[in-house]
Ligand binder design. Structure first.
Ligand code: SF4
Length: 298
């Protein structure tokens, strides 16, 4: 199933956002309840392509933005998606700020019936670091409060905390993990996913501020191994297996479609890990090349 842009406005201004400002400037009417329902019904009848990303993929749905929780008909639309996609895993991507309202979080927990995940981005262990990425004052306290509300009781959707790694967040990664262990010590209640940033949209426009090689990102993660081991469910997205420590390789997932990835023949062609490896993100390879890759021969 596809990535579905649920709402095109956002209340954060993240430096590494994969959208361009033109997306938020589109008329909100394009994402209104009736139009969204029409699109999904066309998709379910096979009258596609309807969605721009992953339109042909059939096993899960990502509800993206903008910030989906700002949709004026958020609960009606969420309930519609849940009802029309029974049994299909749905992931809602959010900055988590609206969940700082306990009533909103409680209503969400009731509507987001399994299989359902809510993935919330945290950019650092403090307001200073988080807000230097999110671009909005007080966004750190709201995101953390949102997480607290979502994790306030057992049951409800799976909560995933997403840590996007780039130059502005990478150095603080050990402190961010320590912050999570201290603030949310029951690590069986949520998952953590560390993601090497994608080069697209504002992330491409701001690339001089963000540029970080995969080998640098992987080295920082390697140094965090003792902390990472303390989480029950820790995942890594967008990492080639040859760049991460052996102990971290089982945590690597392939979540990008084949058209967004490459396996440079001179490197990956002779690597025994290729079948289980993401390779390189296409846009990363264009920007940085493949010199870092170290094929594994046995
Ligand atoms: S050399 Fe290529 S296939 Fe092998 S681990 Fe690295 S990126 Fe993956």
């Amino acid at each position: 199933m596809p990535d579905i842009p649920f709402w095109n406005k956002c209340n954060n201004k993240c430096v590494m956002c994969t959208n361009l400002p033109a997306f938020a400037r589109q008329p909100a009417a394009h994402y209104a309840l009736k139009g969204q329902i029409g699109k999904l019904e066309r998709y379910l009848k096979g009258l596609g392509p309807v969605y721009l990303k992953n339109d042909g993929s059939a096993d899960f749905v990502s509800l993206t933005g903008g910030e989906p929780t700002l949709h004026p008909d958020f609960f009606k639309l969420l309930s519609y998606f849940r009802t029309r996609l029974p049994g299909v895993p749905i992931t809602l991507l959010s900055n988590g700020r609206r969940f700082a309202n306990a009533e909103f979080a409680e209503k969400f927990r009731a509507v987001a019936k399994p299989p359902f995940s809510v993935a919330i981005a945290l950019h650092g262990p403090s307001a200073r670091i988080h807000e230097a990425v999110a671009g909005v004052k007080n966004s750190f306290s709201q995101t953390v409060k949102g997480l607290r509300n979502l994790l306030s009781a057992p049951g409800g959707p799976r909560v995933e905390i997403r840590l996007v790694i780039h130059k502005k967040s990478a150095a603080a990664l050990p402190e961010t993990l320590e912050f999570l262990l201290k603030t949310f010590p029951d690590t069986s209640a949520y998952g953590v996913t560390a993601i090497h940033y994608e080069i697209e949209g504002m992330s491409l426009a701001n690339h001089r501020k963000l540029a970080l090689k995969l080998s640098e990102s992987a080295a920082i993660l390697g140094g965090c191994l003792p902390l990472i081991r303390r989480f029950k469910d820790f995942r890594l997205y967008h990492f080639p297996l040859c760049l991460v420590r052996k102990e971290l390789r089982p945590l690597c997932w392939i979540t990008l479609p084949p058209e967004d990835r490459v396996y440079p023949a001179k490197k990956c062609g002779r690597c025994v890990l290729k079948k289980k490896c993401l390779g390189l993100m296409l846009e990363y390879e264009k920007m940085f090349g493949d010199a870092e890759l170290k094929p594994v021969k046995k």
